[in-house]
Design a protein around this ligand. Structure first.
Ligand code: ATP
Ligand code: MG
Ligand code: MG
Ligand code: MG
Length: 468
């Protein structure tokens, strides 16, 4: 079952059941407190909180999401992407818990020929908030699930709230059991490699008051209760496609295969290489989708996240033994895998490619000069028998060679060394203070005009700022 097919089945199922089909919002969230859209519910927050009356009683979407919080998990777990698609169905004061559970169960377990996803009932488990007896009863009634496949869990995983006074409520999650080959039995509470979370149903039921963490007061039931659900499309895709993880699905795998071809290394032969290929496949796709939503690489905010994803891709290619540029081959593979669901990645491709290639070129230059300095410093540190890289080396790399500190940390760690992060931060602070004082004293002096002379000597220059 191709990802685009799951996409279509989802929207048809909920569309046929009275939900307004709402197109995905941009990855660049309209919510100023969020860098990116992190969940399907984000565009609906004003309706869910009651700030704005919902224009429809029920809605459904397939939402593009970015979760930078999961970046360290990428490639290591089977189920975490920085980019992924969250399929959602929403009720704004319309249907509630029982109906939401019925819909979820029907879509998951009805046969493929009936438009369902065709999961076997015996493979599914659910978790509920420990006090939510209502949900337990609905699961028993709707799905006929035995007690042992319904696990009661704590607030950490099974309760939703914004952390502020406002709507809150329990949630119930659905898991797929991949079987004993993937870990110990005992259900989702015991093993999250074997039991893969696929769908979260949030029941916005209560009005919460002040408080923090797990301690807040419940002021009462909401007059209009809402449903917010999120199903991970890539997770369903990898389980339906019979592959091992989300990076091997039809929308992601082509990039992984390109990385393998370019590097001449075989996927499946070496654990570390496999992780790198999965990271590359994920990060290239995330970068492509971010750029198609208008994000450009820069040193702050969203642009910095994009830059980081591209730099991690380049680093991973180098660790696969590839020093030459590879974006010109990796990005088209991702474009071709994504364009059926997102035609804009094709129509916008020349702009995206230009951004990607110039970012790659600049970073390869930085890497080449920085790496040789770092290698020397690492060798020197080791011959001295020390375990920590001098913080002024890290600072020099950053200050003179534009070598990002996270990369220095990563590369030092690979060489078995640590870096004193706070000493580095101290040097950064000193430099900023000096630069400020310097700028102040310069105000009274004339600029060094010889610089302009040098420009002149270089002859005519062409302004390329509009294209690059
Ligand atoms: P997990 O515990 O596996 O990290 P989560 O509890 O953080 O998932 P939710 O916030 O409940 O996830 O999001 C709803 C659904 O979106 C999840 O059930 C899952 O199917 C999907 N999902 C969440 N994070 C990711 C991700 N990084 N990559 C792919 N799918 C994801
Ligand atoms: Mg998570
Ligand atoms: Mg979870
Ligand atoms: Mg969850």
């Amino acid at each position: 079952m191709q990802t685009a097919d799951i996409h279509r089945r989802w929207l048809t199922f909920f569309g046929d059941r009275g939900h307004t089909v709402v197109p995905s919002a941009s990855l660049v969230s309209e919510d100023p407190t969020l860098l990116f859209t992190v969940a399907g519910m984000v565009p609906f927050v004003p309706y869910l909180t009651g700030l704005v009356p919902a224009p429809y009683p029920r809605a459904t979407s397939v939402q593009k999401c970015i979760r930078t919080l999961d970046i360290e998990e990428v490639g290591k777990t089977p189920r975490h992407g920085t980019f992924f698609q969250m399929n959602g169905n929403f009720s704004f004061g319309d249907y509630f818990k029982e109906q939401a559970i019925e819909y979820a169960w029907e879509l998951l377990t009805s046969s493929e020929s009936d438009g369902g996803l065709g999961f076997q009932e015996k493979d599914l488990w659910v978790t509920v908030y420990k006090d939510d007896d209502e949900a337990i009863n609905f699961w028993k009634k709707t799905a006929g699930l035995p007690d042992e496949r319904i696990q009661r869990l704590d607030m950490d995983t099974n309760y939703w709230s914004t952390g502020q006074p406002g709507p809150a409520g329990p949630c119930s999650e659905i898991f797929f059991d991949r079987g004993p080959a993937y870990g110990q039995d005992g259900g989702p509470a015991t093993d999250d490699d074997r039991y893969v979370e696929i769908w979260n149903l949030v029941f916005m039921q209560y009005l919460r008051g002040e408080g923090s963490g797990k301690n807040f007061e419940i002021l009462g039931e909401l007059p209009k209760k809402n449903i917010d659900t999120g199903m991970g499309m890539e997770r369903v895709a990898f389980l339906k496609q019979g592959v091992e993880n989300m990076y091997e699905t039809d929308q992601v795998r082509p990039v992984l295969d390109r990385a393998a071809e370019i590097s001449g290394r075989r996927y499946g032969a070496d654990h570390d290489d496999d992780v790198r290929m999965r990271v590359i496949a994920d990060h290239v796709r995330s970068s492509l989708m971010l750029m198609s939503d208008g994000v450009t690489p820069s040193n702050e905010g969203r642009g910095y996240i994009l830059r980081r994803l591209m730099r991690r891709t380049i680093r991973s290619m180098r660790l696969l033994g590839v020093d030459a540029p590879s974006f010109a081959e990796l990005f088209p593979a991702s474009r071709d895998a994504m364009k059926h669901s997102y035609p804009e990645v094709e129509t916008e491709y020349s702009r995206i490619e230009r951004l990607a290639l110039s970012e790659e070129e600049a970073f390869l230059r930085t890497l080449a000069s920085g790496t040789s300095i770092l290698d020397l410093a690492v060798a020197k540190t080791k011959t001295e028998g020390a375990k920590e890289l001098a913080s002024d080396t890290a600072f020099l790399l950053h200050d003179t060679f534009g070598f990002p500190i996270d990369l220095t940390l990563e590369m030092a760690e690979e060489a078995g060394l640590t870096v004193n992060r706070s000493a580095f931060d101290e040097l950064m602070l000193q430099q900023r203070t000096m630069a400020k004082a310097d700028a102040k004293s310069k105000k009274t002096h004339l600029a060094d005009l010889s610089v302009y002379g040098e420009f002149r000597a270089a002859g005519e220059t062409v302004f390329t700022g509009y294209e690059y």
